[in-house]
Design a protein around this ligand. Structure first.
Ligand code: UGA
Length: 431
């Protein structure tokens, strides 16, 4: 099988590397020459543990290639995976510009029958639209379109690809579905085969459901704070019910990243377009927007005003083990703190470079966590990096002006905190 992957973002690069690793010949195509050159040297454009050794191993085995010349790659391909981004339009809908460009490029290059697999998250009906575009633009060949949504998480993308819960294959044509199923079989992951529209919907419904779990537990946390219950105990007790499950019940300052915020809004928009008011999902989004401001609310209540207060912001990426700043809570928190005229000193183990280009220019950056805490009036923990979880709590006491912590990710056990003179505000737990 000669496989081509279009787009080398998270989904594309990980898919390409993983398919090469199970024995296929894979060419990853990207328009960015510099990026392709770096990937040829085994340098990954994304921060993802374990990816570079796999890139190198498969390049050395002559199974993995990178190129900018899409036309040449498409001509020789048996199967083409499209994994380009589908960012958010201003109205919340998915932007299909890159996807449609890829379709046009493929249509003008292919000279033999080919299967096109979409991994990009696309609104229901898009794959059929792509199918129509191919019929119109490349009538000389037969192109089957298969939907194969991706469920990997940033930070554990390689692990998730080899150990996922399911592989969803949506196709109208049995033969095309069988070819794609055969490609994926060596992963040893259950394959769920369905029609194209249902496959497209599975992706949105899964992300929306996980986002719902998060907003649900965050609302429970907000109530716990008022009634004196502990959300971690509540989540643990709920999660023991197999029908509920314990995953995605970690209360905090809400979900971020490139997927949940975008996909929830896109699904609400898909519903609105067919005159269906998806009230539940709209509430999930609204709860999340409010939750991202939770620490600001708590700090304002505690201090009255934040002007002139030195606040250490710990953790800037949208979650640990990634440098991705997209839709991170830190964007909202830093902006708000600056607007309140607080002095913001930020630290993140990995995401500092990316943060510098997106956080307000007033933010000061520290090289180490201790430096950020130096003489601070309060610390706000926004991302649960291990470095913070494992931090000796005496550091807060010794470095800060006043050891007040607003922990947006419940990094510390209340019993441990009690051993120190620390004023501790967390989410859904007694102070
Ligand atoms: C998410 C899904 O988990 C993947 O299955 C999906 O493939 C991906 O989106 C996508 O659509 O491409 P990802 O955005 O990488 O993956 O990150 P998650 O680990 O799901 O976390 C998302 C956000 O939810 C983070 O901000 C995290 O802090 C937050 N979260 C997660 C919570 O606040 N509580 C939880 O219990 C779990």
């Amino acid at each position: 099988m000669n496989i081509v992957v279009v787009g080398t973002g998270y989904v594309g690069l990980v898919t390409g590397v993983a398919l090469a690793h199970i024995g296929h010949r894979v060419t990853c195509v990207d328009v960015d020459e510099e990026k392709v050159e770096r990937m040829r040297q085994g340098i990954s454009p994304i921060y993802e543990s374990g990816i570079e050794p796999l890139m190198k191993e498969n390049m050395e085995a002559n199974r993995l290639f990178f190129m900018t010349d899409g036309a040449r790659a498409y001509r020789e391909a048996d199967v083409i995976y499209i994994a380009v981004g589908t960012p958010e339009n201003e109205d919340g809908s998915a932007n299909l510009t890159y996807l449609k460009q890829a379709v046009r490029d493929i249509a003008s290059a292919v000279t033999k029958d080919v299967i096109v697999v979409t991994k990009s998250t696309v609104p229901v009906g898009t794959n059929h639209e792509i199918q129509r575009m191919f019929k119109q633009l490349a009538p000389h060949v037969h192109i089957d379109v298969v939907s194969n949504p991706e469920f990997l998480r940033e930070g554990s993308a390689i692990h998730d690809t080899f150990h996922g819960d399911r592989i969803v294959i949506g196709a109208d044509d049995e033969r095309a579905a069988a070819v794609v199923a055969d490609i994926h079989r060596p992963f040893g992951i259950p394959i769920f085969q369905t029609d194209i529209r249902s496959a497209e919907m599975i992706k949105y419904a899964s992300n929306a459901f996980l986002a719902t779990k998060i907003s649900f537990i965050n609302e429970i946390a907000n109530i716990c704070e008022k009634v004196g219950a502990d959300v971690e105990q509540v989540a643990a007790g709920m999660g023991m019910d197999e029908r509920i499950g314990s995953a995605f019940l970690r209360a905090g300052i809400g979900y971020g990243g490139s997927c949940f915020p975008k996909d929830t809004k896109a699904l609400a928009k898909i519903a609105a377009n067919i005159d269906h008011d998806f009230e539940l999902l709209k509430a999930v989004i609204e709860v999340n927007n409010k939750q991202q401001r939770k620490l600001i609310e708590k700090a304002k209540k505690r201090f009255g005003h934040l002007a002139g207060k030195k606040i250490a912001l710990l953790g800037l990426s949208f979650k640990p083990n990634t440098d991705d700043m997209r839709e991170a809570a830190s964007l909202v928190v830093a902006r708000e703190l600056v607007a309140e005229q607080a002095i913001v000193v930020a630290y993140d183990p990995i995401a500092m470079n990316k943060a510098k280009s997106v956080l307000p220019k007033e933010v000061i950056y520290a090289d180490r966590v201790e430096q950020a805490l130096e003489r601070a009036d309060a610390a706000m923990i926004l991302t649960e990096w291990d470095e913070f979880r494992q931090l000796d709590l005496s550091v807060y006491v010794n470095k800060m002006k006043t050891p007040i912590i607003f922990d947006g990710r419940n990094c510390y056990a209340l019993d441990d905190i009690k051993k120190y003179e620390i004023e501790y505000h967390s989410i859904g737990r007694k102070p």
